[in-house]
Design a protein around this ligand. Structure first.
Ligand SMILES: Nc1ncnc2c1ncn2[C@@H]1O[C@H](COP(=O)(O)OP(=O)(O)OP(=O)(O)O)[C@@H](O)[C@H]1O
Ligand SMILES: [Mg+2]
Ligand SMILES: [Zn+2]
Length: 276
């Protein structure tokens, strides 16, 4: 919204307030036959900042005369956050419940992983590639839950996050080789390389035939190396132990990942939460 609109809005509000004082009646700040086409529709609200009577537009922006400037208030921010979550598809369905708040931490491994993520989030944004690895030899350990919760926390802050299950990523890339494919391999890789946070979920669950091993190593190298060089963080979940990463990914990628992850790797092996 431009300053123009604000100043018109402000002028109208001032007028309504003057009338309000004069008549001691609740002003209807939507009224005004001449202004209805030029003005944002304002609803009377109490300014969350100073408590004065203010106007709120359709986007939740609050125009307060007492504060003398257009305040971006909690309600507006909430509207933005809701929109971001909705665009990322995190607001409805099963993904909506995968939050940090819904993650139980009574178990020590869960606490360690949770603490690692929260500390990592406190350090956001990174430019040194500080990455996180959650792994477990057992299933249902809570890795994906935390990965989704991390995605949500960053999406709320306006960061670009790409969540990719590695098996899906390979499928999409293989499809890009077909004639008339919708997306090129370049476009898919570009996204994986450039987003603020890349989440590679289920590394090691992908199927790669022996003859495609080199291809896979090269693909994952191009993604990880790019992020490594640009100091962009990556979040990995896996059922494969980090000691196996060299065999799984190739030495060059495993070495870069190990440096990016540093201390931020948690073994979450334990009882399957799905079977509780
Ligand atoms: N600490 C926890 N608090 C709340 N829910 C949890 C917790 N740990 C796991 N869950 C729930 O258990 C289910 C399985 O967890 P999740 O998918 O995160 O496991 P995973 O480690 O990714 O498993 P897999 O190796 O099979 O991919 C999910 O529904 C998740 O929300
Ligand atoms: Mg998982
Ligand atoms: Zn105010």
């Amino acid at each position: 919204m431009t300053e123009d609109v604000y100043s018109v809005g402000e002028a109208i509000l001032a007028e309504k307030r003057r009338l309000h004082r004069a008549t001691d009646q609740k002003p209807n700040i939507n009224a005004g036959p001449d202004d209805s086409k030029r003005l944002p529709r304002l609803t009377a609200v109490e300014c969350p900042n100073c408590g004065a009577e203010a106007g709120r537009d359709g986007l939740g922006r609050i125009y307060c005369l007492e504060c003398r400037h257009r305040k971006v208030h909690a309600e507006f921010l909430e509207a933005i956050v809701r929109k971001r979550l909705s665009r990322a598809g995190l607001d409805v369905g099963p993904l909506a419940r995968l939050t940090l708040g819904s993650f139980d931490r009574t178990d020590a491994r869960h606490w360690r992983a949770f603490d690692t993520i929260v500390t990592w989030l406190e350090g956001w944004p990174y430019s040194d590639g500080a990455s996180v690895l959650l792994w477990s030899s057992s299933y249902g350990a809570g890795k994906t839950h935390l990965a989704r919760a991390t995605q949500r926390a960053l999406v709320e802050r306006g960061a670009t996050v790409c969540f990719m299950q590695v098996a899906d990523l390979l499928e999409v890339i293989r499809a890009s080789y077909e004639d008339g494919a919708e997306q090129s391999e370049h476009a898919i890789l570009w996204k994986a390389q450039r987003v603020d946070l890349l989440i590679l979920d289920d590394l090691g669950k992908e199927y790669v035939a022996d003859r495609s091993r080199q291809w896979f190593h090269n693909l994952i190298f191009r993604i990880v190396d790019r992020r490594y060089r640009e100091g962009a963080p990556t979040f990995v979940t896996s059922n494969v132990a980090p000691t196996e990463f060299e065999a799984l990914l190739g030495g060059a990628t495993a070495s870069r990942l190990a440096e990016m992850v540093g201390e931020r790797q948690v073994d979450m092996t334990g009882a399957d939460w799905r079977l509780r």
